[in-house]
Design a protein around this ligand. Structure first.
Ligand SMILES: Nc1nc2c(ncn2[C@@H]2O[C@H](COP(=O)(O)OP(=O)(O)OP(=O)(O)O)[C@@H](O)[C@H]2O)c(=O)[nH]1
Ligand SMILES: [Mg+2]
Length: 334
C-alpha cells in the first residue's frame, strides 16, 4: 500500500536500544523499502540520521521559479555608481550577454552567462531615505528597488568611497536584511581615494562597525570607472549564492552545539540554566536552524550571536543571513 502511494517511504526500526538490535535492523532490507534506520524512541538515538533521510526526500522547492538564473540586484543610494558598475561588469570579456526570452520582467534586468551560469543583473534606481517628501517618479523608483531586492538572491550594496557609510546606506542594508537576502558590500569610486597601506583595512573596519549587523559580509573595493577589481564582483556573488544553500547534517550540527556549550556555558536565570536538547537545519536560502531547548525564555541574544558565530566558524555562510529559531521542548516529550 505504501509503495503504491508513490510517496517516498523511509523505514524506521524502533526499539533498537542496543548494538545487537541495531544489527538486526538490517534484516528489514527484505521488505524492499531500502535501508532501515535503527532508532530508539526511548533513548533518542538514531533519530538524527532518520531526520536527515526524511529531509533529503523532500521535493526541492525551487527558490527561483521564473528561471534557473542567479539574480543579483545592484542597490544603493543615488549616484554611487550602480549603473556604471553594471556597465563595467558587461564590458568584461568573459561576460557574454545572451538575452533569454521570457525572463526579462523589467527593462533593467540584464541576463548574461558567466562561466556556464545564467545570471540576471538587476540595476535599480538609488534608494533615498524613507520619510522624505518624494515625487511620484522617485517613489516609484524606491518601490522598484525594493521589488528588485525581493526578486534577488544576492544584493550588491554599492557605497561611495568618497562619502563613506551614511544613514541611507544602513537603511538600504536594512531592506536587504528584512528580506533575508545575501549581500556583498561594494565600495565604489576607490580611484578617488588617496590611499596608503592601511586605508582598506581602516575602511573595512569602519564599514563593519557602522553596519554592525553585516560583519559576515564580504567587502570589495572597486572602481567602476577604471575597472579595478570589477572582475572580483561576479565570482564573489556566485560564491555567496552557493553558501546560501549550504546544509549542515544533523549529527554534525549537534556536535557543533555540544562543543559550543562546552566552550562557553549558556546563560542562566534565577538558577535555571539554558539547556540544548537537539538541533536541526530545517531550511536553506537562508539557512534556517531550529534548536530545541529546556526554556526559550533563557535564550539571550548574545548567546544567539555566539552560536551563529560557531556555525560560521565551520561553515562560513559568507554574506548570508542565518535564521536561528528556539523552541521549547514540551514537557510530555521529556
Ligand atoms: N571617479 C569615479 N566616478 C564614478 C565611478 N563610478 C561611477 N562614477 C560616476 O558617478 C556618477 C554616478 O554614476 P551612476 O552609475 O549613474 O550612479 P547610479 O548609482 O546608477 O545613480 P542612480 O541611478 O541615479 O541611482 C557618474 O558621473 C559616474 O561617472 C568610479 O568608480 N569612479
Ligand atoms: Mg543608475
Amino acid at each position: 500500500m505504501l509503495r503504491r502511494s508513490g510517496r517516498p517511504v523511509i523505514l524506521a526500526a524502533n526499539k533498537a536500544d542496543n548494538e545487537a538490535r541495531r544489527q538486526a535492523a538490517l534484516e528489514f532490507y527484505e521488505l524492499g523499502l531500502g535501508e532501515a534506520f535503527p532508532i530508539s524512541s526511548l533513548h533518542g538515538t538514531g533519530t538524527g540520521d532518520l531526520l536527515d533521510a526524511v529531509v533529503a526526500s523532500f521535493p526541492i522547492i525551487e527558490e527561483t521559479p521564473e528561471s534557473e538564473a542567479v539574480r543579483i540586484a545592484i542597490v544603493g543610494r543615488p549616484n554611487v555608481g550602480k549603473s556604471s558598475l553594471l556597465n563595467a561588469l558587461l564590458q568584461q570579456e568573459r561576460a557574454i550577454v545572451s538575452p533569454i526570452p521570457g525572463t526579462t520582467r523589467d527593462a533593467l534586468d540584464t541576463p548574461l552567462r558567466w562561466e556556464g551560469q545564467e545570471v540576471v543583473l538587476i540595476d535599480t534606481a538609488g534608494i533615498r531615505r524613507r520619510g522624505r517628501v518624494e515625487s511620484g517618479t522617485e517613489k516609484y523608483s524606491v518601490l522598484r528597488a525594493i521589488n528588485a531586492i525581493k526578486r534577488s538572491d544576492v544584493a550588491l550594496l554599492v557605497l561611495d568611497a568618497t562619502t563613506g557609510v551614511t544613514a541611507q546606506d544602513a537603511h538600504v542594508a536594512g531592506y536587504i536584511l528584512e528580506e533575508d537576502k545575501s549581500v556583498i558590500v561594494v565600495v565604489n569610486k576607490w580611484d578617488l581615494i588617496e590611499k596608503d597601506a592601511h586605508t582598506m583595512t581602516e575602511f573595512t573596519r569602519r564599514i563593519r562597525s557602522e553596519l554592525k549587523f553585516l560583519d559576515y559580509v564580504p567587502v570589495l573595493f572597486i572602481s567602476a570607472k577604471t575597472g579595478k577589481r570589477v572582475d572580483q564582483v561576479l565570482p564573489m556573488a556566485l560564491k555567496v549564492y552557493q553558501q546560501r544553500f549550504e546544509r549542515i547534517g544533523t549529527s554534525e550540527l549537534n556536535l557543533i552545539v555540544q562543543e559550543a556549550v562546552v566552550r562557553h556555558a549558556p546563560p542562566s536565570k534565577a538558577g535555571k540554566r539554558l539547556k540544548f536538547f537537539f538541533a536541526s537545519q530545517v531550511g536553506i536560502a537562508p539557512p534556517t536552524f531550529v534548536f530545541f531547548v529546556n526554556d526559550e525564555r533563557l535564550v539571550h541574544f548574545t548567546y544567539v550571536r555566539y552560536l551563529e558565530n560557531c556555525l560560521r566558524e565551520r561553515y562560513g555562510f559568507l554574506g548570508t543571513p542565518l535564521r536561528l529559531i528556539f523552541r521549547q521542548r514540551s514537557r510530555r516529550e521529556k
